[in-house]
Write a protein that binds this ligand. Structure first.
Ligand code: HPA
Length: 268
C-alpha cells in the first residue's frame, strides 16, 4: 500500500511540482478550484494504477494545481467515501498522496447538516473537532512506515493555530464539532438528538478519516463545512439533490475561508 502511495506521490510531484498546501473538495465541488486562483496545471488520476476514483456522478478524480495568492495549492477533486463501498485506506489515499507529495497542511472541505439554527444554511463553519462515528480508522491494519506511529495524538487535530489565524483574517466565523457518520442514508431525528447530546454541531459523511490520516503523516489539518441543510428532525425533509444544489450555490462562501487557512498555513 505505502509503495503505491509513494509512487503516486512521486508522479504528482513530478508533474505538478511541490505544494505546501492541499485542499480536498466536497463531492461535485470541482468548480471551487478555479475560484481559489489561477490554475497552474491539472492531472487526472486515471493513469495512476490503483488510485481510487469516486463512483458517484461520473466524476473522475483530478488533482488541480492552483496559485492561491502565491501559495501553490494542490486541490483534490473526486473524493471517495466509505458508503461507496470503499475501505478506509482507499478513502484516505488521495490525502496520503498529497502529504507525501509535499503538503504540510491539509484543508478538508465538506457539505454538512446543521444541528443548530444559528449554524444557518449556506454558512461556512470551521471544524473545531470531530466525532469519528464511522466505526473505522485508516490506521487499522498492518503497520506500515514503522509500527509504533499509529497511536496518533488527536488533541489538536483541527489546528487551533490555523483556526485562530483564520478568525483574525475573517473576523467572525462559526466553529463547530463535526460528527462523521457512515451514511449513505441521512440520519433519523432520534440519531440527531443523540448526536447533539454527544456534542456534535454538524453531521456529514466524510472528512474524519482523512483528517486522521493527514495527522498520522504529520500534516497540520483544517476543516471547513458548508451547511447545506438543517439536520433530520429540524426540517421537513432532507433531499440529496437539494443538498447538492445548495452546496453549489453557496460554494463561493467557502473561498475566503480556504484562502485564509492557506495563508495561515504558510505563515512563518
Ligand atoms: N447528514 C449527513 N450528511 C450530510 C448532511 C446531513 O444532514 N448534509 C450534507 N451531508
Amino acid at each position: 500500500m505505502w509503495a503505491r502511495i509513494e509512487r503516486h506521490a512521486e508522479a504528482v510531484r513530478g508533474d505538478l511540482g511541490p505544494h505546501p498546501v492541499a485542499v480536498v473538495l466536497g463531492t461535485g465541488w470541482s468548480a471551487l478550484a478555479e475560484l481559489l486562483g489561477p490554475v497552474r496545471g491539472r492531472r487526472g488520476v486515471g493513469d495512476l494504477d490503483g488510485f481510487p476514483r469516486p463512483s458517484l456522478d461520473g466524476h473522475t478524480g483530478e488533482l488541480v494545481s492552483v496559485d492561491l495568492d502565491g501559495v501553490p495549492t494542490l486541490v483534490v477533486a473526486g473524493r471517495c467515501h466509505l458508503y461507496e463501498g470503499r475501505d478506509a485506506t482507499e478513502v484516505v489515499h488521495a490525502v496520503r498522496v498529497a502529504v507525501l507529495a509535499g503538503a504540510r497542511t491539509v484543508v478538508l472541505t465538506n457539505a454538512a447538516g446543521s444541528l443548530w439554527p444559528d449554524l444557518a444554511v449556506g454558512a461556512p463553519v470551521l471544524i473545531s473537532d470531530h466525532l469519528n462515528l464511522t466505526g473505522t480508522s485508516p490506521l487499522v491494519g498492518p503497520a506500515a512506515r514503522g509500527c509504533d506511529d499509529r497511536f496518533v495524538d488527536l488533541g489538536d487535530l483541527y489546528s487551533a493555530r490555523l483556526r485562530s489565524a483564520a478568525r483574525t483574517t475573517l473576523g467572525s466565523i462559526a466553529e463547530g464539532v463535526y460528527a462523521g457518520v457512515l451514511g449513505p442514508q441521512f440520519e433519523t431525528p432520534a440519531e440527531i438528538r443523540a448526536l447533539a447530546t454527544l456534542g456534535a454541531d454538524l453531521v456529514g459523511m466524510s472528512t474524519v478519516l482523512e483528517a486522521i490520516a493527514a495527522a498520522h503523516l504529520g500534516a497540520e489539518v483544517a476543516g471547513v463545512s458548508l451547511v447545506t441543510n438543517p439536520a433530520a428532525g429540524l426540517t421537513d425533509r432532507i433531499d440529496h439533490d437539494r443538498v447538492l444544489e445548495t452546496a453549489g450555490r453557496s460554494l463561493d462562501r467557502l473561498v475566503p475561508v480556504v484562502r485564509a487557512l492557506a495563508h495561515a498555513a504558510v505563515l512563518p
